[in-house]
Design a protein around this ligand. Structure first.
Ligand code: PHE
Length: 444
Protein backbone atom coordinates (compact mmCIF):
# COMPACT_ATOMS: atom_id res chain seq x y z
CA UNK A 1 0.00 0.00 0.00
CA UNK A 2 2.55 2.51 -1.09
CA UNK A 3 -0.01 5.26 -1.45
CA UNK A 4 -0.77 5.35 2.26
CA UNK A 5 0.37 8.40 4.11
CA UNK A 6 3.19 8.11 6.61
CA UNK A 7 4.41 10.31 9.38
CA UNK A 8 7.27 12.44 8.16
CA UNK A 9 9.36 12.21 11.27
CA UNK A 10 9.72 10.29 14.47
CA UNK A 11 8.86 13.33 16.51
CA UNK A 12 5.81 13.74 14.31
CA UNK A 13 4.58 10.30 15.28
CA UNK A 14 5.27 10.76 18.99
CA UNK A 15 3.47 14.07 18.91
CA UNK A 16 0.51 12.64 17.06
CA UNK A 17 0.25 9.68 19.44
CA UNK A 18 0.70 11.99 22.41
CA UNK A 19 -1.84 14.30 20.81
CA UNK A 20 -4.34 11.48 20.73
CA UNK A 21 -3.53 10.56 24.30
CA UNK A 22 -3.33 13.97 25.94
CA UNK A 23 -6.72 15.56 25.83
CA UNK A 24 -9.86 15.83 27.87
CA UNK A 25 -8.91 12.58 29.58
CA UNK A 26 -6.05 14.23 31.43
CA UNK A 27 -7.42 17.74 31.77
CA UNK A 28 -11.15 17.29 32.26
CA UNK A 29 -11.83 13.67 33.15
CA UNK A 30 -8.93 12.84 35.43
CA UNK A 31 -9.62 15.66 37.92
CA UNK A 32 -13.33 14.99 38.17
CA UNK A 33 -12.93 11.22 38.44
CA UNK A 34 -10.32 11.72 41.15
CA UNK A 35 -12.58 14.29 42.80
CA UNK A 36 -15.55 11.94 42.79
CA UNK A 37 -13.68 8.83 43.88
CA UNK A 38 -11.55 9.60 46.84
CA UNK A 39 -8.75 11.78 45.44
CA UNK A 40 -5.41 10.26 46.30
CA UNK A 41 -6.58 6.63 46.30
CA UNK A 42 -7.87 7.01 42.77
CA UNK A 43 -4.67 8.77 41.72
CA UNK A 44 -2.38 6.07 43.12
CA UNK A 45 -4.36 3.31 41.42
CA UNK A 46 -4.48 5.27 38.19
CA UNK A 47 -0.71 5.74 38.06
CA UNK A 48 -0.04 2.08 38.89
CA UNK A 49 -2.51 0.89 36.24
CA UNK A 50 -1.14 3.29 33.69
CA UNK A 51 2.37 1.88 33.96
CA UNK A 52 1.64 -1.80 34.55
CA UNK A 53 -1.49 -2.39 32.51
CA UNK A 54 -2.15 0.39 30.05
CA UNK A 55 1.42 1.09 28.88
CA UNK A 56 2.12 -2.55 27.93
CA UNK A 57 -1.09 -2.52 25.89
CA UNK A 58 -0.02 0.71 24.21
CA UNK A 59 3.22 -0.99 23.19
CA UNK A 60 1.21 -3.95 21.91
CA UNK A 61 -0.99 -1.67 19.81
CA UNK A 62 2.05 0.04 18.34
CA UNK A 63 3.45 -3.36 17.35
CA UNK A 64 0.24 -4.58 15.79
CA UNK A 65 -0.25 -1.35 13.84
CA UNK A 66 3.25 -1.06 12.53
CA UNK A 67 3.39 -4.68 11.45
CA UNK A 68 -0.01 -4.35 9.84
CA UNK A 69 0.62 -1.08 7.98
CA UNK A 70 -3.13 -0.98 7.48
CA UNK A 71 -6.33 0.06 9.25
CA UNK A 72 -7.26 -1.61 12.53
CA UNK A 73 -9.40 -4.35 11.00
CA UNK A 74 -7.10 -5.17 8.07
CA UNK A 75 -4.07 -5.18 10.37
CA UNK A 76 -5.58 -8.05 12.34
CA UNK A 77 -6.84 -9.84 9.22
CA UNK A 78 -3.43 -9.79 7.58
CA UNK A 79 -1.61 -11.04 10.63
CA UNK A 80 -4.18 -13.64 11.59
CA UNK A 81 -5.85 -14.73 8.36
CA UNK A 82 -9.05 -16.68 8.78
CA UNK A 83 -9.16 -16.06 12.53
CA UNK A 84 -11.64 -13.86 14.37
CA UNK A 85 -9.05 -11.45 15.78
CA UNK A 86 -10.17 -8.74 13.38
CA UNK A 87 -13.32 -8.41 15.49
CA UNK A 88 -11.11 -6.59 18.01
CA UNK A 89 -10.60 -3.98 15.30
CA UNK A 90 -14.33 -3.62 14.73
CA UNK A 91 -15.01 -3.44 18.46
CA UNK A 92 -12.43 -0.66 18.75
CA UNK A 93 -13.89 1.23 15.81
CA UNK A 94 -17.37 1.18 17.32
CA UNK A 95 -16.07 2.10 20.77
CA UNK A 96 -13.93 4.97 19.48
CA UNK A 97 -16.92 6.33 17.57
CA UNK A 98 -19.10 6.10 20.67
CA UNK A 99 -16.41 7.84 22.71
CA UNK A 100 -16.32 10.61 20.14
CA UNK A 101 -20.09 10.96 20.42
CA UNK A 102 -19.79 12.14 24.02
CA UNK A 103 -16.30 13.60 23.71
CA UNK A 104 -17.72 16.07 21.21
CA UNK A 105 -20.26 17.19 23.81
CA UNK A 106 -17.41 18.39 25.98
CA UNK A 107 -15.60 19.73 22.91
CA UNK A 108 -18.72 21.82 22.33
CA UNK A 109 -18.57 23.21 25.87
CA UNK A 110 -15.03 24.36 25.15
CA UNK A 111 -16.23 26.23 22.07
CA UNK A 112 -19.00 27.86 24.08
CA UNK A 113 -16.49 28.95 26.69
CA UNK A 114 -14.14 30.20 24.05
CA UNK A 115 -16.77 32.42 22.44
CA UNK A 116 -17.57 33.91 25.84
CA UNK A 117 -13.88 34.36 26.60
CA UNK A 118 -13.37 36.23 23.33
CA UNK A 119 -16.13 38.63 24.17
CA UNK A 120 -14.82 38.98 27.74
CA UNK A 121 -17.95 37.46 29.18
CA UNK A 122 -16.06 34.82 31.11
CA UNK A 123 -16.03 36.78 34.34
CA UNK A 124 -17.82 36.15 37.54
CA UNK A 125 -17.31 38.46 40.46
CA UNK A 126 -18.21 35.66 42.80
CA UNK A 127 -17.41 31.99 42.69
CA UNK A 128 -20.95 30.71 42.35
CA UNK A 129 -21.56 32.40 39.06
CA UNK A 130 -19.02 30.16 37.30
CA UNK A 131 -21.17 27.24 38.32
CA UNK A 132 -24.20 29.04 36.99
CA UNK A 133 -22.47 29.83 33.75
CA UNK A 134 -21.54 26.19 33.29
CA UNK A 135 -25.11 25.08 33.87
CA UNK A 136 -26.49 27.72 31.54
CA UNK A 137 -24.23 26.42 28.78
CA UNK A 138 -24.83 22.71 29.21
CA UNK A 139 -28.57 23.02 29.79
CA UNK A 140 -29.40 25.09 26.75
CA UNK A 141 -30.24 22.43 24.16
CA UNK A 142 -29.70 24.66 21.13
CA UNK A 143 -26.38 26.05 22.15
CA UNK A 144 -25.03 22.72 23.39
CA UNK A 145 -26.07 20.76 20.30
CA UNK A 146 -24.89 23.52 17.96
CA UNK A 147 -21.52 23.72 19.71
CA UNK A 148 -21.16 19.93 19.60
CA UNK A 149 -21.86 20.02 15.85
CA UNK A 150 -19.29 22.76 15.35
CA UNK A 151 -16.69 20.78 17.24
CA UNK A 152 -17.34 17.76 15.04
CA UNK A 153 -17.16 19.92 11.93
CA UNK A 154 -13.67 21.02 12.84
CA UNK A 155 -12.72 17.41 13.56
CA UNK A 156 -14.04 16.30 10.18
CA UNK A 157 -12.22 19.16 8.48
CA UNK A 158 -8.87 18.00 9.83
CA UNK A 159 -9.40 14.28 9.25
CA UNK A 160 -10.51 14.71 5.65
CA UNK A 161 -7.23 16.52 4.93
CA UNK A 162 -5.33 13.33 5.77
CA UNK A 163 -2.93 12.18 8.37
CA UNK A 164 0.17 14.10 7.51
CA UNK A 165 -0.93 17.58 6.68
CA UNK A 166 -3.63 17.71 9.30
CA UNK A 167 -2.61 15.74 12.31
CA UNK A 168 1.13 16.06 12.44
CA UNK A 169 1.21 19.78 11.88
CA UNK A 170 -1.44 20.54 14.48
CA UNK A 171 0.34 18.54 17.16
CA UNK A 172 3.77 20.07 16.78
CA UNK A 173 3.47 23.35 18.59
CA UNK A 174 0.44 22.75 20.73
CA UNK A 175 1.80 20.34 23.28
CA UNK A 176 4.81 22.36 24.49
CA UNK A 177 2.69 25.50 24.77
CA UNK A 178 0.11 23.66 26.80
CA UNK A 179 2.80 22.44 29.21
CA UNK A 180 4.03 25.97 29.82
CA UNK A 181 0.52 27.22 30.42
CA UNK A 182 -0.17 24.55 32.95
CA UNK A 183 3.03 25.32 34.83
CA UNK A 184 2.00 28.95 35.18
CA UNK A 185 -1.44 27.93 36.34
CA UNK A 186 -0.03 25.52 38.91
CA UNK A 187 2.03 28.30 40.45
CA UNK A 188 -1.04 30.52 40.69
CA UNK A 189 -3.21 27.83 42.16
CA UNK A 190 -0.63 26.65 44.70
CA UNK A 191 -0.07 30.15 46.03
CA UNK A 192 -3.74 30.72 46.81
CA UNK A 193 -4.39 30.79 50.56
CA UNK A 194 -5.67 27.40 51.68
CA UNK A 195 -4.17 25.58 48.69
CA UNK A 196 -2.47 22.91 50.81
CA UNK A 197 -5.76 21.20 51.52
CA UNK A 198 -5.88 20.35 47.82
CA UNK A 199 -2.41 18.84 47.93
CA UNK A 200 -3.46 16.70 50.85
CA UNK A 201 -6.54 15.57 48.95
CA UNK A 202 -4.35 14.52 46.04
CA UNK A 203 -1.49 12.84 47.82
CA UNK A 204 -2.45 11.66 51.31
CA UNK A 205 -4.41 8.45 50.80
CA UNK A 206 -7.59 7.72 52.69
CA UNK A 207 -7.89 3.96 52.17
CA UNK A 208 -11.49 3.96 53.34
CA UNK A 209 -12.29 5.26 49.88
CA UNK A 210 -11.03 2.06 48.28
CA UNK A 211 -13.70 -0.07 46.59
CA UNK A 212 -14.05 -2.13 43.40
CA UNK A 213 -15.91 0.56 41.52
CA UNK A 214 -13.06 2.98 42.13
CA UNK A 215 -10.58 0.33 41.01
CA UNK A 216 -12.51 -0.29 37.78
CA UNK A 217 -12.86 3.41 37.08
CA UNK A 218 -9.16 4.01 37.70
CA UNK A 219 -8.38 1.22 35.24
CA UNK A 220 -10.80 2.73 32.72
CA UNK A 221 -9.12 6.09 33.17
CA UNK A 222 -5.69 4.54 32.58
CA UNK A 223 -6.99 3.17 29.27
CA UNK A 224 -8.93 6.25 28.28
CA UNK A 225 -6.08 8.62 28.84
CA UNK A 226 -3.63 6.60 26.71
CA UNK A 227 -6.30 5.95 24.05
CA UNK A 228 -5.72 2.19 24.33
CA UNK A 229 -8.05 -0.76 23.97
CA UNK A 230 -9.91 0.70 21.01
CA UNK A 231 -7.26 0.19 18.32
CA UNK A 232 -6.80 3.92 17.79
CA UNK A 233 -3.09 3.52 18.49
CA UNK A 234 -2.97 0.56 16.09
CA UNK A 235 -4.28 2.92 13.46
CA UNK A 236 -1.71 5.61 14.19
CA UNK A 237 1.18 3.14 14.32
CA UNK A 238 0.15 1.83 10.92
CA UNK A 239 1.46 5.09 9.50
CA UNK A 240 4.80 4.48 11.18
CA UNK A 241 7.95 3.47 9.34
CA UNK A 242 10.17 0.49 10.14
CA UNK A 243 12.93 2.16 12.07
CA UNK A 244 11.09 3.83 14.89
CA UNK A 245 11.59 2.81 18.50
CA UNK A 246 8.20 1.74 19.76
CA UNK A 247 9.35 1.36 23.37
CA UNK A 248 10.68 4.84 23.87
CA UNK A 249 7.79 6.40 21.93
CA UNK A 250 5.26 4.72 24.19
CA UNK A 251 7.09 5.70 27.36
CA UNK A 252 7.20 9.30 26.15
CA UNK A 253 3.48 9.25 25.56
CA UNK A 254 2.74 7.73 28.96
CA UNK A 255 4.99 10.14 30.85
CA UNK A 256 3.60 13.19 29.07
CA UNK A 257 0.15 12.04 29.97
CA UNK A 258 0.82 11.48 33.64
CA UNK A 259 2.57 14.79 33.77
CA UNK A 260 -0.35 16.70 32.28
CA UNK A 261 -2.87 14.80 34.43
CA UNK A 262 -0.99 15.63 37.61
CA UNK A 263 -0.51 19.24 36.53
CA UNK A 264 -4.24 19.51 35.83
CA UNK A 265 -4.87 18.13 39.31
CA UNK A 266 -2.38 20.55 40.82
CA UNK A 267 -4.21 23.45 39.22
CA UNK A 268 -7.68 22.28 40.08
CA UNK A 269 -7.61 20.76 43.56
CA UNK A 270 -5.72 23.49 45.43
CA UNK A 271 -8.11 26.00 43.85
CA UNK A 272 -11.14 23.88 44.72
CA UNK A 273 -10.29 24.09 48.41
CA UNK A 274 -8.89 27.62 48.38
CA UNK A 275 -11.91 29.09 46.61
CA UNK A 276 -14.51 27.12 48.51
CA UNK A 277 -15.73 24.64 45.88
CA UNK A 278 -16.39 20.91 46.24
CA UNK A 279 -14.04 18.33 44.66
CA UNK A 280 -16.91 16.04 43.67
CA UNK A 281 -18.65 18.48 41.37
CA UNK A 282 -18.59 15.98 38.48
CA UNK A 283 -18.09 16.81 34.79
CA UNK A 284 -18.26 20.54 35.42
CA UNK A 285 -15.25 20.58 37.75
CA UNK A 286 -12.59 21.79 35.31
CA UNK A 287 -15.01 24.15 33.60
CA UNK A 288 -15.90 25.86 36.85
CA UNK A 289 -12.50 25.89 38.52
CA UNK A 290 -10.19 26.83 35.64
CA UNK A 291 -11.88 30.16 34.81
CA UNK A 292 -12.01 30.87 38.53
CA UNK A 293 -8.23 30.41 38.76
CA UNK A 294 -7.67 32.70 35.79
CA UNK A 295 -9.77 35.32 37.49
CA UNK A 296 -7.19 35.35 40.27
CA UNK A 297 -4.43 36.28 37.81
CA UNK A 298 -3.34 39.57 36.32
CA UNK A 299 -4.48 39.72 32.69
CA UNK A 300 -6.60 36.68 33.47
CA UNK A 301 -9.28 37.43 30.92
CA UNK A 302 -6.63 37.45 28.22
CA UNK A 303 -4.90 34.28 29.39
CA UNK A 304 -8.17 32.45 29.62
CA UNK A 305 -8.69 32.97 25.88
CA UNK A 306 -5.30 31.48 25.09
CA UNK A 307 -5.90 28.65 27.49
CA UNK A 308 -9.19 27.61 25.98
CA UNK A 309 -7.65 27.77 22.50
CA UNK A 310 -4.95 25.35 23.69
CA UNK A 311 -7.50 23.14 25.37
CA UNK A 312 -9.45 23.09 22.14
CA UNK A 313 -6.35 21.95 20.25
CA UNK A 314 -5.56 19.26 22.81
CA UNK A 315 -9.13 18.04 22.50
CA UNK A 316 -9.06 18.12 18.71
CA UNK A 317 -5.84 16.12 18.47
CA UNK A 318 -7.70 13.40 20.40
CA UNK A 319 -11.01 13.65 18.57
CA UNK A 320 -9.33 13.37 15.17
CA UNK A 321 -7.72 10.10 16.24
CA UNK A 322 -11.17 8.70 17.03
CA UNK A 323 -12.61 9.71 13.69
CA UNK A 324 -9.47 8.55 11.89
CA UNK A 325 -9.94 4.94 12.98
CA UNK A 326 -13.47 4.91 11.62
CA UNK A 327 -12.46 6.53 8.35
CA UNK A 328 -9.47 4.25 7.84
CA UNK A 329 -11.48 1.10 8.56
CA UNK A 330 -14.21 2.08 6.12
CA UNK A 331 -11.70 3.06 3.46
CA UNK A 332 -9.89 -0.22 4.04
CA UNK A 333 -8.08 -1.35 0.95
CA UNK A 334 -10.52 0.38 -1.32
CA UNK A 335 -9.66 3.67 -2.89
CA UNK A 336 -12.93 5.23 -1.76
CA UNK A 337 -13.24 8.84 -1.03
CA UNK A 338 -11.73 9.85 2.33
CA UNK A 339 -13.56 13.16 2.34
CA UNK A 340 -16.98 11.63 1.89
CA UNK A 341 -16.42 8.98 4.54
CA UNK A 342 -15.17 11.55 7.03
CA UNK A 343 -18.35 13.59 6.52
CA UNK A 344 -20.76 10.68 6.72
CA UNK A 345 -19.00 9.17 9.75
CA UNK A 346 -18.88 12.53 11.50
CA UNK A 347 -22.55 13.14 10.84
CA UNK A 348 -23.57 9.76 12.25
CA UNK A 349 -21.47 10.34 15.34
CA UNK A 350 -23.11 13.73 15.75
CA UNK A 351 -26.59 12.18 15.67
CA UNK A 352 -25.61 9.45 18.11
CA UNK A 353 -24.13 12.09 20.42
CA UNK A 354 -27.17 14.34 20.62
CA UNK A 355 -28.89 12.35 23.42
CA UNK A 356 -25.67 12.63 25.47
CA UNK A 357 -25.70 16.39 25.01
CA UNK A 358 -29.35 16.68 25.96
CA UNK A 359 -28.86 14.51 29.02
CA UNK A 360 -27.41 17.54 30.81
CA UNK A 361 -30.57 19.53 30.15
CA UNK A 362 -33.97 18.59 28.85
CA UNK A 363 -33.28 14.85 28.97
CA UNK A 364 -31.67 14.81 32.37
CA UNK A 365 -34.62 12.85 33.76
CA UNK A 366 -33.75 9.83 31.59
CA UNK A 367 -31.69 7.48 33.75
CA UNK A 368 -30.30 4.07 32.92
CA UNK A 369 -29.29 2.11 36.03
CA UNK A 370 -28.99 5.42 37.90
CA UNK A 371 -26.80 6.95 35.22
CA UNK A 372 -27.53 9.74 32.77
CA UNK A 373 -27.28 8.98 29.05
CA UNK A 374 -23.90 10.71 28.93
CA UNK A 375 -22.59 8.67 31.87
CA UNK A 376 -24.02 5.48 30.39
CA UNK A 377 -22.19 5.91 27.07
CA UNK A 378 -19.07 6.83 29.00
CA UNK A 379 -19.37 3.72 31.14
CA UNK A 380 -20.17 1.41 28.21
CA UNK A 381 -17.05 2.52 26.38
CA UNK A 382 -14.67 3.31 29.17
CA UNK A 383 -15.73 0.77 31.78
CA UNK A 384 -16.62 -2.10 29.43
CA UNK A 385 -15.43 -1.71 25.83
CA UNK A 386 -11.92 -0.54 26.58
CA UNK A 387 -11.02 -3.26 29.11
CA UNK A 388 -12.40 -5.94 26.76
CA UNK A 389 -10.45 -4.54 23.81
CA UNK A 390 -7.29 -4.20 25.88
CA UNK A 391 -7.68 -7.78 27.11
CA UNK A 392 -7.75 -9.23 23.60
CA UNK A 393 -4.98 -6.97 22.36
CA UNK A 394 -2.77 -8.17 25.21
CA UNK A 395 -3.51 -11.80 24.30
CA UNK A 396 -2.73 -11.12 20.65
CA UNK A 397 0.64 -9.52 21.31
CA UNK A 398 1.51 -11.74 24.28
CA UNK A 399 0.50 -15.15 22.93
CA UNK A 400 -0.43 -15.01 19.28
CA UNK A 401 2.82 -13.33 18.35
CA UNK A 402 5.82 -15.58 18.55
CA UNK A 403 8.36 -14.08 20.93
CA UNK A 404 10.79 -13.71 18.04
CA UNK A 405 8.33 -11.33 16.43
CA UNK A 406 7.57 -9.20 19.45
CA UNK A 407 11.24 -9.10 20.35
CA UNK A 408 12.14 -7.85 16.93
CA UNK A 409 9.30 -5.33 16.95
CA UNK A 410 10.20 -3.89 20.31
CA UNK A 411 13.88 -3.94 19.39
CA UNK A 412 15.13 -2.84 22.76
CA UNK A 413 17.21 -3.89 25.77
CA UNK A 414 16.40 -7.54 26.65
CA UNK A 415 15.49 -6.60 30.22
CA UNK A 416 12.90 -4.12 29.04
CA UNK A 417 11.54 -6.68 26.59
CA UNK A 418 11.11 -9.36 29.25
CA UNK A 419 9.45 -6.97 31.65
CA UNK A 420 7.00 -6.11 28.89
CA UNK A 421 6.47 -9.79 28.05
CA UNK A 422 5.65 -10.73 31.63
CA UNK A 423 3.30 -7.78 31.96
CA UNK A 424 1.47 -8.40 28.68
CA UNK A 425 1.19 -12.17 29.21
CA UNK A 426 0.32 -12.41 32.85
CA UNK A 427 -0.25 -9.12 34.61
CA UNK A 428 -2.38 -7.25 32.10
CA UNK A 429 -4.92 -9.91 31.13
CA UNK A 430 -5.29 -11.32 34.63
CA UNK A 431 -5.67 -7.90 36.23
CA UNK A 432 -8.21 -6.83 33.64
CA UNK A 433 -10.35 -9.92 34.20
CA UNK A 434 -10.33 -9.59 37.99
CA UNK A 435 -10.98 -5.86 38.05
CA UNK A 436 -13.57 -6.09 35.31
CA UNK A 437 -15.64 -8.80 36.95
CA UNK A 438 -15.48 -7.27 40.41
CA UNK A 439 -16.11 -3.78 39.12
CA UNK A 440 -19.09 -4.72 36.99
CA UNK A 441 -20.64 -6.66 39.86
CA UNK A 442 -20.24 -3.63 42.02
CA UNK A 443 -21.79 -1.23 39.56
CA UNK A 444 -24.74 -3.33 38.40
N1 PHE B 1 -6.93 9.72 25.20
C1 PHE B 1 -7.91 10.70 24.87
C2 PHE B 1 -7.98 11.71 25.99
O1 PHE B 1 -7.46 11.50 27.04
C3 PHE B 1 -9.26 10.09 24.64
C4 PHE B 1 -9.28 8.97 23.66
C5 PHE B 1 -9.78 7.75 24.01
C6 PHE B 1 -8.79 9.16 22.37
C7 PHE B 1 -9.81 6.71 23.11
C8 PHE B 1 -8.82 8.12 21.45
C9 PHE B 1 -9.33 6.91 21.83
O2 PHE B 1 -8.57 12.73 25.86
Amino acid sequence: MSSRDQFASKIGFILAAAGSAVGLGAIWKFPYMAGNHGGSVFIILFIAFLFFISLPVLIAEFMIGRRGQADAVTSFKQQAPGKPWYLVGYLGTIMASLILSFYSVVGGWILSYLIRAFTFRLKSGDSESFEQLFHTIIQNPWEAVFAQGMFLLITIGIVQAGIKSGIERASKWMMPTLFIFFLILVVRSLTLPGAMEGIRFMFVPDWNQLNWETVLLALGQAFFTLSVGVSVMITYASYLGENEQIGSASIHVALMNIFISILAGLVIFPAVFALGFQPDAGPGLAFVILPAVFEQMPLGSLFVILFFILLLFATLTSSISMLEILVSVVIGKRRTNRVRIAWIGGLLIFIVGIPSTLSFGIWSHIQIADKSIFDTVDFLTNGIGMPIGAFFISLFAGYYYKTAISKQELNTHPLFYYVWLVLIRFVTPVAIVIIFIQGIRNVL
